[in-house]
Design a protein. Sequence first.
Lengths: 226, 226
Amino acid sequence: MRALLVEDDREIASQISAALKKERLDVYVADNGEDGLDEALSRNYGLVVLDVMLPKMDGWEVCDEIRQAGINTPILMLTARDSVDDRVKGLEGGADDYLPKPFDVRELTARVRALLRRDAVHRTGKIEIDDLIIDTNAKTVERDGKSIRLTPREYSLLVALARNEGRILTREVILEDVWDNEESLDNTVNFHITSLRRKVDTVEGRKLIHTVHGFGYTLRRSGGND
Amino acid sequence: MRALLVEDDREIASQISAALKKERLDVYVADNGEDGLDEALSRNYGLVVLDVMLPKMDGWEVCDEIRQAGINTPILMLTARDSVDDRVKGLEGGADDYLPKPFDVRELTARVRALLRRDAVHRTGKIEIDDLIIDTNAKTVERDGKSIRLTPREYSLLVALARNEGRILTREVILEDVWDNEESLDNTVNFHITSLRRKVDTVEGRKLIHTVHGFGYTLRRSGGND
DNA sequence: GTTAGCCCTCACAGATTCCTCATAAACCCT
DNA sequence: AGGGTTTATGAGGAATCTGTGAGGGCTAAC
């Protein structure tokens, strides 16, 4: 997958470039806004990392033009550290995320990953966790190659858990998310977890849905134990 | 995350308080400068919203004292009017942003978000202290790369200590914070500290949780000795 | 009208966590 | 060192949380 980096400071550019290459991206660097925009429009990039302060055309404008052209490649903006306005702008502009300078490379990497992951789910509509595959377009679930029939509630519940893989969701959050804040008992969640487990988590030793006593539930890749 | 609001006008205070709560902040309100300062010094807040006109001690002074104490929590000042003096004062006095009264709640919210986004803990949801990593989103704890299962009480207690790294927390403050002011014995804290230590602080020579005899407990990076 | 499928609530058993008391250990001051 | 205070920890029961079967309401299909 190609990534476009628009950054005029060579030092920083090579640093970011290295980080992106580690993420197995093919990196193309533009050192000014105009070239960056041209590049973004002429090829299909999977990611654009865009500095705000740029010669010839600033980052906001580039971002804007990219969006105007109907391209919705994820864009990560690099904003100046102390400018509060930049952050507000960042939200309202078409950027998907932004990172204040100076930044830690690990943080850049984390954001890039998050963007790409989000995009992958968005694009393909598929969530894959171990041998569990959820196709959010077809609303179809399979585990271990075998397709599984879920009821609507079970399906929403599973998607909620899957979208938050590795994160503990409280019953409260689940109710908000899956039940849309309708008044329902905590136990309703318990109940549906049970039925979901019966369908999805039957194989001993490869459970995905875990109870975290006192907190809620989490969907986690089988890291060996449990 | 906790936010401290120092504002004497009840009407405005409850308005701001509501807005902050929407941002998922635990709001504590002080209605005069002295109490506000005390509070800011005694606990670790993620944000301080500070009115300028206050009984007992004005906002500038409070802000100043907070900075003098070496605390760099983001501070948002509410200035009475859009006077140039106030602006200059605000910049010099260590405030991170200011908002002239009267203000639109949405603007307050935007500023608050901007300030919080700067904060690493808030951004990543992670608290890292040496090899201890708490992920407050996933509600997950690991030490030395190994994940640790905590009970809800243990977890809250650890988070309370971690958010106040290097600061001594009295049992009283801990009870307030973790137990929500419910009547409980001091010894309850002792008890849970013990069980927390058993899970988190097992490695001799790299203890994080320290007893401060006569005061309480503190979580401190292992600066070499114990 | 009947049947089938889904969803929710109640009830209760089992599991886990939490708290208090009692006692031991550590600490501090004189 | 000794006495008083503070802290640590084991044990057991109280309190809370979780899993699951049973039953009834609801809707859609036949």
